[in-house]
Design a protein around this ligand. Structure first.
Ligand SMILES: [Zn+2]
Length: 480
């Protein structure tokens, strides 16, 4: 088959030349929870350097036996592995040798990187097509990559290009149990998935075609343009409810939700609220899927997973709102989640509070949410200070520099939300919302750095906010 890049060839604009992924995935019914995959990547060199290789993350290898990376904290292990330890991985079965591609190897510090060698330098603005075959084995784990009793979650399952930064090279950060250890750029996808007919699929993107074959099962063809990742979930238990809002189809996939209408409604209201507050969600659909998941929820472009193990329906709805806010902060506007978790998580947590401020029927006032968040943060500070004698509350740390998961969560989400609330009080509502709208519009589909974020906020509000953010990020701001 001729590979036609799904991007804007010939437009001459470096930043508009998106990478493209064409994936054919066949669910391995013989062998249980595996996936045969063929993948074609159209890679544009948008850097200022000549490239001799293209590097890809192999996130599934963090789940393999003997991996250095930990995929869950020790505290969450029994919840994540209800049937005992289980392993998964991705085996690269071949990369096609062409005029431009000379070979490949699996390397990195933990077999976490696929290195595709080029036979000649790829100059800035040049394009290379890479074809590969691989087999994905899912572990039995309630995680973003793994299968549980109810859902089969394919998050971060395929080789995705590492972000290339001028002066630094390919960013190869290793998987970590803290937060979402991901960093990727917007790309165009065409994915064909073949799976058993009794299963229902929820995924990134829009379904273009669906066919059934008695022997092979169902095949769904999906396209997704300008998204920074592709993920899907399969289940033989899913029921689906849908409702349209502002021209966006909201689909809710569930199996044990006691009040699915309420869940769909809160998702619809969240999309409407965030459209109004930050700017319009630019895709045709959003899929919310109940899933086996060790944490509360997980965001992917056009797809969010919500844990089926959340204590109350009110909390379940809160998680739906939080994950949907990520469509704006992480999805459309990206960031390096490994080094600046606050940039998406802090803003997302505060956006969740804003949702409740604008939807008073839920009975959660902004004031009471922020009071609670402040209380939690102070409790964390007190406990950690008394146990360790000192406390690092800086937020500008890499994921692997937080000593515990609670430390990461409290510094990134909790303190992050307090920081954004303080920013709002400092600059006033008009400038605050103007700044968020400007940030959204300016960096749509991009991955702004923390400096670009602060600069954008400063320009949009008319205040120099460097010192404000600096004191919050480096841990010197006093929280009263
Ligand atoms: Zn989040």
């Amino acid at each position: 088959m001729l590979f036609v890049p799904l991007c804007f060839v010939g437009c001459g604009q470096k930043e508009e030349s998106l990478n493209s992924y064409e994936i054919q995935a066949v669910y391995d019914t013989e062998n249980g929870h595996g996936l045969f995959c063929k993948q074609k990547v159209g890679y544009y060199n948008r850097s200022d350097n000549c490239l001799k290789e293209i590097d890809f993350h192999l996130y599934p290898n963090a789940f393999r036996e003997g991996a250095k990376a930990k995929v869950v904290s020790s505290a969450n292990e029994s919840k994540a592995y209800p049937n005992g330890k289980s392993y998964g991985k991705v085996e690269i079965r071949g990369v096609t040798i062409t005029d431009l591609v000379s070979g490949y190897s699996v390397g990195g510090v933990d077999e976490n990187i696929l290195i595709v060698n080029l036979s000649k330098d790829l100059y800035p603005d040049e394009f290379v097509e890479i074809e590969m075959e691989y087999y994905v084995t899912l572990p039995n784990i309630n995680h973003r990559f793994g299968y549980g009793a109810n859902t089969i979650n394919f998050g971060n399952f395929y080789p995705i290009a590492c972000v290339y930064e001028n002066g630094k090279g390919f960013v190869q950060d290793l998987y970590h149990s803290n937060g979402d250890p991901f960093y990727s750029e917007s790309a165009n996808y065409k994915v064909e998935i073949t799976y058993p007919s009794n299963m229902t699929l929820a995924s990134t993107g829009d379904i273009k075609n669906e066919s059934k074959d008695e022997k092979l099962g169902k095949t769904t063809v999906i396209t997704a343009n300008n998204v920074r990742d592709f993920a899907f979930v399969l289940s033989d238990k899913f029921s689906v409810k849908s409702q349209s809002v502002d021209g966006i189809m909201v689909n809710y996939f569930y199996y044990s939700d006691s009040d699915p209408d309420a869940s769909l409604l809160v998702a619809v209201k969240a999309m409407k609220t965030f459209n109004n507050l930050f700017g319009k969600y630019p895709y045709a659909s959003i899929n919310v899927a109940e899933a086996n998941f060790v944490h509360g929820g997980m965001e992917y472009p056009n797809l969010v997973l919500i844990s089926d193990d959340i204590a109350s329906h009110q909390d379940y709805e809160y998680v739906i709102v939080h994950e949907l806010a990520h469509q704006w902060w992480y999805g459309v506007v990206g960031n390096n989640e490994y080094i600046n978790g606050w940039q998406d998580e802090g803003l997302t947590e505060y956006s969740t509070a804003l949702f409740y401020e604008h939807n008073k029927e839920y009975g959660l006032e902004l004031e009471s949410i922020m009071k609670n968040i402040n209380k939690n943060y102070k409790l964390f500070v007190d406990v950690y200070t008394s146990v360790n004698g000192q406390l690092d509350t800086s937020m500008n740390r890499r994921l692997d520099e937080y000593s515990t998961e609670p430390e990461y969560v409290n510094c990134t989400y909790t303190k992050g939300a307090i920081m954004f609330d303080t920013l709002r009080q400092t600059v006033g509502d008009n400038k605050f919302y103007k700044a968020l709208k400007t940030y959204y519009k300016t960096f749509m589909y991009k991955t702004p750095t923390a400096v670009e974020f602060i600069d954008c906020m400063s320009r949009a509000t008319g205040y120099r906010l460097d010192a404000f953010f600096e004191s919050w990020l480096n841990g010197s701001a006093a929280i009263l």
